[in-house]
Write a protein that binds this ligand. Structure first.
Ligand SMILES: NC(=O)c1ccc[n+]([C@@H]2O[C@H](COP(=O)([O-])OP(=O)(O)OC[C@H]3O[C@@H](n4cnc5c(N)ncnc54)[C@H](OP(=O)(O)O)[C@@H]3O)[C@@H](O)[C@H]2O)c1
Length: 361
């Protein structure tokens, strides 16, 4: 085996993990495919492992249909399968907090990590610092471009600006594809709860839409961006204005649908106020002077965040360089395909870093 081939272990075969496997399958026999070898792939029900390479097509076929009976984490099996030699990369396509909490240990063992999961860098500051220190001490690297904006060049732009001596002053953005879709479509012609049902049934929200409406996902995203921008803030330093009224927060998952109407009156009132002013409602995350908040806002024409469509993310960055007119980055910020593409961009980047070669080589 060429020591230029990166050895991969993939955790997760949900929508993102399967899209990663399909992309790897498409690359087989191409120069990109020749740079990578998938040696391990698992969900919580099945692990497939072979040091001479597992077929991504077979993994994509077998993992989703594996028995539900014996669920367990395959994190330590993945680490074992990667062993001690060569360029080793763990791809985290889970939403598993234990896996996220173990990334610093992985990096300390010289295994690079590419992740789509926000629970590693978007939760406690200690965990984020442990990841950075593990990378610095062991020459390993952490790929996180799939965690915010599903690979839109947000983290990359912030890091490149800072590497060029720029200082980030503020960031504001619409960072949740599901909330973007909901508020783009909320014009008063249908109750908000109807739109939530449609978004849930179309797969734009989590099965329990309260997870999106609570703003917690956006809290993690602004934390990840803030820390990359040089503001080492704790999770509790982000003020989050949840959209979930107490009555909806209190019901069990099975009663959520019947209680969604509780969203309607307060949001209709806010919409009427915004429309009276000629503005739109959007769920916005803001970082300014090291302070962060996430909440529903009225955005009026001329606001840098006004615009966009569908599930688009739209983020504005102010810095020394972009002091008056912010840098605007906009595009599809959700979806398995773009997220998987971002994860594999990271994988190729981590391999190139490990070899000390330009990305194209
Ligand atoms: N979907 C998107 O558009 C999107 C966009 C950006 C980021 N993300 C992030 O990407 C990650 C994956 O999202 P998803 O939508 O693909 O999630 P998902 O459909 O819920 O799939 C998660 C997968 O992880 C597996 N898993 C959980 N713990 C594991 C462990 N310890 N060892 C091995 N496998 C484990 C699950 O196994 P089982 O199948 O056995 O349950 C499942 O296959 C999440 O962190 C999400 O926030 C998703």
């Amino acid at each position: 085996m060429s020591d230029k081939v990166a050895r991969l272990a993939l955790l997760g075969s949900g929508t993102v993990g399967i899209a990663v496997l399909r992309r790897l399958a498409e690359w087989q026999g191409t120069p990109l495919g020749d740079r990578l070898r998938l040696e391990f792939a698992a969900n919580t029900r099945l692990a497939l492992s072979d040091p001479s390479g597992v077929d991504p097509v077979r993994c994509a076929d077998l993992l989703p249909i594996a028995s539900h009976v014996h669920r367990r984490s395959h994190r330590s099996d993945a680490i074992k399968a990667l062993g001690k030699d060569g360029i080793r990369i763990l791809i985290d396509a889970t939403a598993d907090a234990d896996t996220a909490a173990n990334h610093a240990a992985c990096l300390s063992a010289g295994i690079h990590v590419a992740t789509a999961c926000k629970l590693a860098a978007g939760t406690s500051l200690d965990q984020w610092r442990a990841i950075r220190e593990a990378c610095a001490r062991n020459g390993s690297a952490f790929g996180d471009r799939a965690t915010v904006g599903a690979g839109l060049p947000l983290l990359r732009s912030i890091r490149e600006l800072r590497a060029g001596g720029d200082r980030i002053h503020a960031i504001a953005g619409i960072m949740s594809g599901s909330l973007a879709w909901l508020f783009h479509n909320f014009d008063g012609s249908r109750p908000f709860s109807d739109l939530v049902r449609e978004a849930r049934d179309s797969g734009f929200t989590e099965p329990d839409p309260r997870e999106d409406l609570s703003g917690e996902d956006v809290r993690r995203k602004i934390l990840i961006l803030a820390r990359a921008a040089g503001f080492e803030i704790e999770s509790h330093q982000v003020d989050v204005g949840s959209l979930v009224p107490p009555g909806l927060a209190a019901v069990s998952a099975s009663d959520v649908d019947a209680s969604l109407f509780l969203l309607d009156a307060p949001l209709s009132a806010q919409l009427a106020e915004a429309q009276f002013l000629g503005c739109s409602l959007r769920f916005v995350a803001r970082l300014d002077g090291g302070k962060a908040r996430v909440q529903l806002e009225k955005l009026c024409p001329g606001d840098p965040l006004h615009g966009g469509a569908g599930t688009d993310n739209r983020v504005a960055i102010w810095s020394d360089r972009y002091r008056n007119q912010p840098l605007i980055i906009q595009g599809p910020g959700a979806g398995a395909e773009v997220t998987a593409a971002a994860l594999l961009d990271d994988v190729l980047h981590l391999r190139a870093l490990a070899l000390g070669i330009p990305l194209a080589a």
